[in-house]
Design a binder for this molecule. Structure first.
Ligand code: COA
Length: 173
């Protein structure tokens, strides 16, 4: 568990599923272009699916940021599962509730996911919609570097969004 100012970061557990679902659905409603999943798909899932997502096989984890007992942000680390992809991981589901932004919560969450990734994989990958300057700056501040653009990566209500592909290679000095 790490603490930064009044923010506590810890891995989420199945018992956090209700709070996680609430913040996840709010995030999808607020910034649909920041996530691969849609609000319609996610809001149709039963609570058990959210609990399962919070208990992935090791070393994957979902981190939560708390102000007191309130869940105010999330960041996931998903390790590759096949023999040839186990050296790679993905950063996903990065989100901070609007009221908690601009005081290092996002950075603390992504740093926690990076620390977990560093212990288990060689490369951590992330993707960010090209218009999302805040997230892009945050990721690059923590060492991610761009390696490509996926054009029309997302289609939301008929509008296309390109995503920048980013990678953090722990084998590089
Ligand atoms: C991207 C996101 C996670 C950032 O969360 P956050 O908690 O605001 O992140 P941080 O506070 O660590 O950094 C944000 C800014 O606040 C600044 N900041 C951090 N601590 C600060 C402090 N104590 N005082 C003043 N500014 C501060 C950072 O320098 C940064 O500034 P910059 O954007 O000019 O680089 C958040 O904006 C979000 O959830 N957006 C919607 C979803 C999203 O885009 N997710 C990413 C998908 S790829």
């Amino acid at each position: 568990m790490t603490e930064q100012a009044s923010i506590t970061i810890r891995p989420l557990a199945a018992t956090d599923a209700e709070a996680y679902r609430a913040i996840r659905l709010a995030a999808l409603a607020e910034t649909p272009e920041a996530f691969g999943a849609s609000l319609t798909e996610e809001s149709a899932r039963p609570l058990e699916r959210f609990a399962e997502r919070l208990t992935p096989p090791a070393p994957s984890l979902v981190f939560g940021a708390f102000t007191g007992s309130e869940l105010v942000g999330t960041a996931g680390f998903l390790a590759g599962s096949s023999e040839k992809s186990r050296h790679r991981g993905t950063l996903w589901g990065v989100h901070v509730a609007p009221a908690a932004r601009g005081r290092g919560t996002g950075e603390a969450l992504v740093a926690a996911a990076i620390a977990q990734a560093k212990r288990h994989v060689v490369v951590l990958q992330a993707r960010v919609v090209t218009t999302n300057r805040t997230a892009r700056k945050l990721y690059e501040r923590l060492g991610f570097r761009p390696y490509g653009i996926e054009s029309k990566a997302l289609c939301i209500d008929g509008a296309y969004f390109d995503e920048a592909l980013l990678s953090l290679d722990f084998s590089e000095p």
